[in-house]
Write a protein that binds this ligand. Structure first.
Ligand SMILES: C[S@@+](CC[C@H](N)C(=O)[O-])C[C@H]1O[C@@H](n2cnc3c(N)ncnc32)[C@H](O)[C@@H]1O
Length: 212
């Protein structure tokens, strides 16, 4: 399993598109295997690589909307850097990930990570969660997998729950609007920096059109 590194979100092909074209046994450019990714991830948001970026300030904005003490479900929590930060600010985080290496890495730090593959729908019995968080995950996914993920997240959240996610800044803003709207989410704020679009949106009811 390859994983995007923090410095290569500019790669325009998503990982699965690249592997489909080049073959599963090829090594994608600028992608790392999970142990290298873990080794190379900067510690904390004050690392030089984050200078001028708006990751921390966007998360802070999201947390304020969620309200202290509320539970946030995180998908693709990886090394747990964001969950650790959110917990340090007084929030409860349900950590989930699809990869056993990341689940094992966090288990060594005493953190429980539930196994959930966003592309396969909700395999957990969660419902009516207050908030969801997905960082540095959708850049790895194809458009249809992102749609499946939105569907999973929609099912897990309660009405009006807040959802933070980021996507590479090469995305068109119109695509962010389409993915949110078709997934049942109303955009609260889009913040752009040199690497990401940070999006905060809110789950709304999906209105089904009936034939006259
Ligand atoms: C680039 S890492 C980002 C980790 C973490 N969110 C962060 O920002 O530090 C991508 C994460 O997405 C997870 N991931 C990849 N495919 C996934 C899927 N289908 N369902 C859930 N998580 C997935 C990976 O295991 C990994 O933890």
């Amino acid at each position: 399993m390859y994983i995007s590194g923090y410095n290569n979100l500019r790669n325009r092909r998503t990982l699965d598109v690249w592997l489909t074209i080049e073959g599963e046994s090829a090594t994608p450019p600028n992608f790392m295997k999970i142990p290298d990714y873990i080794k190379n991830l900067p510690k904390g948001y004050d690392a030089p690589i984050y200078k001028g970026l708006k990751l921390k300030s966007s998360i802070d904005r999201f947390l304020k909307l969620v309200g202290k003490g509320n539970v946030i479900i995180e998908f693709g929590s990886g090394t747990g850097r964001d969950a650790d930060y959110m917990e340090s600010k007084g929030y409860k985080v349900v950590r989930t990930d699809s990869e056993k290496e990341f689940i094992g890495f966090q288990a060594e730090k005493g953190k429980k990570v539930l196994k959930l593959n966003l592309k396969n729908g909700n395999t957990l019995s969660f419902k009516d969660m207050n908030a969801a968080f997905v960082s540095c995950v959708f850049g790895l996914f194809s458009w249809s997998d992102i749609q499946k993920s939105f569907n999973t997240i929609f099912q897990i959240l309660r009405h009006n729950a807040f959802f933070y996610f980021n996507v590479p800044c090469e995305w068109a803003e119109s695509d962010i609007i389409i993915i949110c709207k078709s997934g049942g989410f109303k955009i609260n704020k889009i913040i752009k920096d040199a690497v990401w679009y940070h999006v905060i949106c809110q789950r709304k009811l999906l209105f089904i059109k009936h034939k006259a």
